[in-house]
Write a protein that binds this ligand. Structure first.
Ligand code: FE
Length: 140
């Protein structure tokens, strides 16, 4: 979708992230935290635009893939680009889940589940605090 090349990976020290992010962003993105259900600013939010990584600005999701899952967090049926996110197995909290991270800065975003809408069947359950919404700009 995006026609620009994906920028280089970002590596910062823990103290740099702590300085740059809000405490809630830091807790979620760098410490794999989860915001409370139904409290995130993008949970019930359906404007046209892009969702960027709140830590590094990487384009992660588009509003065209956002849907109302009712689960309490923003839900997307697919990422904006397949290589914008990365996956790893998460066995914490007595569950086996697939963690979704930003491929550029490694920040924790949320998890992906197989109960999403067709055709992808996927539900990317993402913390609002890990995202920055950018309103769609008018095409020239
Ligand atoms: Fe990032």
């Amino acid at each position: 979708m995006a026609d620009t090349q994906r920028p280089e990976k970002i590596r910062k020290s823990d103290s740099e992230w702590r300085k740059e992010l809000t405490p809630e962003q830091y807790r979620i993105l760098r410490q794999k935290g989860t915001e409370r259900a139904f409290t995130g600013e993008y949970d019930e939010f359906f404007e046209d635009g892009k969702y960027l990584c709140a830590a590094c600005g990487n384009e992660l999701f588009g509003s065209d893939a956002k849907y109302n899952s009712g689960c309490g967090w923003p839900a997307f049926s697919q990422p904006a680009e397949q290589d914008g996110v990365a996956y790893s197995k998460d066995t914490t909290h007595g569950m086996t889940r697939i963690e979704v991270t930003c491929s550029r800065c490694g920040g924790h975003l949320g998890h992906v589940f197989n109960d999403g809408p067709q055709p992808t069947g996927q539900r990317y359950c993402i913390n609002s605090a890990a995202l920055n919404f950018k309103k769609q700009e008018k095409k020239e």
